[in-house]
Design a protein around this ligand. Sequence first.
Ligand SMILES: Nc1ncnc2c1ncn2[C@@H]1O[C@H](COP(=O)(O)OP(=O)(O)O)[C@@H](O)[C@H]1O
Ligand SMILES: [Mg+2]
Length: 273
Amino acid sequence: MVRSGKVRCGHRIVASTMVRSSFACLHVFVYAHKHCNVLESKHATMKTVAIISQKGGAGKTTVAIHLAVAAEQRGLRTAVFDLDPQASATSWSDRRNNPRPAVVAAQPPRLANLLEQAAAQSADLVLIDSAPNADAASLAAARVADLILIPCRPAAFDLDAIGTTLNLATLAGKPAWVVLNAVSPHGKLGEEAAVALRQGGVQVAPLTVHHLVAFAHAVNDGRTAQEYDPKSRAATEVDTLFRWLTKTLDLQTSKRVNVQTRKRANIQTRKRA
Ligand SMILES: Nc1ncnc2c1ncn2[C@@H]1O[C@H](COP(=O)(O)OP(=O)(O)O)[C@@H](O)[C@H]1O
Ligand SMILES: [Mg+2]
């Protein structure tokens, strides 16, 4: 059951008055940015994704590290920049028996420089994990990103708080997508939250990450759900999220072009030999 303000939303989520009013003022901005879906990366093929949410516990670090491992498993050179002073992603990496993906403790003033370094080292993807309640740092992350992901639990407090995060995305002028996370596998809360958000003009990723113990369990020893149990539902959901992200970022296409170019180069070398 989800409650918001004085509006009680029972089996069906109706966008609460609070959520509605925040969305009403955001609508114009979100609409404007939705229709100028420009991916403005300074780096030719490297893509940068900022994962921001002003709400703690929304799933920023969980999404960042699972996407990073998914990318590495598909051959993309990936780095996670950890902007959170609590350093959850960095600690996860310390517990991990694998140097990939690279996890770098970062501060906002160093972001541009770190991105240059990542590009110079032929990184394909950088995921920026950010701290909650850190407007300036989250805005810095959003500004250098090609795309912003906003993990959000389908609960009233989280939905109410999403306006602040969407405002940051709007200020940064970057395309932003809400990813509904930790959705109960039972009931229709996730679907209903997605409908309410879309009605408010918010872009919601066409997939759901459910509340599954594998997501929390796997990270204890520095793994991710897809490494802990590749056949698990959590692994399948990460795969769906990753495939949607690569399509939205046109990331696989550029990688495929690289692979095809390399293949063509090999054929030409063999012909010449
Ligand atoms: N989809 C999920 N299923 C189960 N547990 C989750 C899920 N997403 C996040 N969690 C758990 O919720 C807590 C907060 O997630 P975290 O990624 O650290 O959030 P944030 O980085 O936004 O503060 C962690 O204990 C994490 O393991
Ligand atoms: Mg975190």
